[in-house]
Write a protein of this length. Structure first.
Ligand code: AMP
Length: 416
């Protein structure tokens, strides 16, 4: 029988992992430089957590979650995003007690049953961060600046940042009523998807990808004109700080995110290097979520970004991660030297030097071919003659220079 990976999932092969590891390390470096600490939460959680946090009316909860009953008949869901779990862990472990502001990050797989296409998978990876416990616009901008720093660090310049304010529990319901009234006037002309959204989620109609919907809603009132004083002030401060930090942005009054928990700032980073799935990262403020999940009122802000889409851009640019090749290939010229070769390779590895030797009893010629294929920096060929004299030729396979060395010095020489 032929087994195949499940639709929408992908093996990350040994030829691809060096790039993944390099990118993950860059991301971790940036997070650590901004003083965010990693949190690792379980891959599955109670379904109720996601219903409560992401919102029952969102696409994620409505049609994309991998939900199943386990043997105890509990409803379990594979996490579709990271924030809900991070905040559940924050509340459960009283992280707020130790620190007034918890700065946490995560990297890991997420699961959504979407229609697979380029840049859209069913198991994909996100990295993201949450600053839990601060109401200030400075924190929103730190999160945005950190997201952008990651792309900059990886040489990605072709992106754009859109921001919006989605208001709070006071001004948003008021605005939604105004918008709903306007949308109802043209309801029969809107796409079926948008018609369904008018009642429960009218702001999503403004974000519709349907061209006819876009034209019909072109002059609809926008939330940015209906913010209360506090939200408007917060939004102004975010904009002026972004400008002060030299981070270009555009205000998109139609930007809403696919999760219900956002308040005030919402942002999205897109790249024209990607196809129709052009969103690289998104985030925003969520002042009500911690309380919603059983904690104290704790204003927070965060972001999540997709790894696969970032990889797509890097691969397109021909980005080469540092090589993970052995520093030295130790070859046996004849049978008598095989044991010495094995032992020396082990010694080199114990000294922290990536080393390789032949495990397939191959001829010297094949071993040398393998050393080239592995892109080893050096090779050392040892046979009975070399063992007798205690000396051998160390070849530099990059510049083709060579030097005679004492076999007993090999670890010291390679280490310098
Ligand atoms: P979201 O949690 O929906 O705001 O998504 C944040 C980021 O995760 C997006 O901007 C994408 O880069 C990435 N992402 C979301 N869904 C998928 C998916 N199904 N496949 C690959 N990447 C995704």
């Amino acid at each position: 029988m032929n087994y195949r990976s499940i639709k929408g999932t992908k093996d990350i092969l040994p030829s691809e992992t060096p790039l993944w590891q390099f990118v993950e390390q860059t991301i971790r470096d940036v997070f650590h430089q901004f003083n965010y600490k990693e949190i690792r939460t379980p891959i599955f959680e109670s379904t109720a957590l996601f219903l409560r946090s992401i919102g029952e009316l969102t696409d994620i909860v409505g049609k994309e979650m991998y939900t199943f009953e386990d043997r105890s008949h509990d409803s379990i869901t594979l996490r579709p995003e990271g924030t809900a779990s991070a905040i559940r862990a924050y509340v459960q472990n009283n992280l707020g007690e130790a620190l007034p502001l918890s700065k946490i990050y995560y990297i890991g797989p997420m699961f959504r049953q979407e229609r697979p296409q380029a840049g859209r998978l069913r198991q994909f990876h996100q990295f993201g961060a949450e600053a839990v416990g601060s109401p200030t616009a400075e924190t929103d901008v730190e999160i945005i600046a950190m997201t952008i720093e990651i792309y900059k660090r990886l040489g990605i310049t072709n992106y754009s940042l859109q921001i919006n304010s989605v208001g709070d529990e006071e001004c948003r319901p008021r605005y939604k009523e105004i918008l709903k009234a306007e949308l109802l006037k043209i309801a029969d002309k809107l796409s079926f998807e948008s018609q369904k959204r008018i009642e429960q989620n009218p702001m999503r109609v403004l974000d519709s990808k349907d061209e006819n919907d876009k034209t019909l809603t072109a002059s609809m009132p926008l939330i940015t004109d209906h913010l209360n004083e506090e939200c408007a002030k917060h939004f102004e401060r975010v904009k002026s700080l972004l400008t002060a930090y030299g981070i270009p942005f555009t205000v998109n009054g139609r930007l809403v995110r696919g999760l219900d928990y956002y308040t005030k700032t919402a942002f999205e980073i897109t790249s024209s290097e990607l196809g129709s799935q052009d969103a690289l990262a998104g985030g925003g403020r969520y002042d009500l979520l911690v309380k919603e999940l059983g904690g104290k009122q704790t204003p927070s802000v965060g972001f999540a970004a997709g790894m696969e889409r970032l990889m797509m851009i890097l691969e397109k640019k021909g980005f080469q991660p540092p090589k993970q090749s052995p520093k030295i290939f130790v070859a046996a010229a004849d049978e008598t030297a095989r044991e010495w070769v094995l032992q020396t390779t082990m010694k080199l590895r114990s000294a922290g030097i990536a080393s390789e030797c032949d495990l397939l009893s191959r001829s010297l010629k094949s071993q040398m071919k393998e050393a080239d294929r592995q892109q080893a920096q050096f090779s050392l060929v040892v046979g009975s003659m070399e063992l007798e004299s205690g000396k051998a030729l160390l070849k530099n396979l990059t510049d083709h220079s060579q030097q005679e060395i004492l076999l007993s010095d090999i670890v010291t020489i390679i280490n310098t």
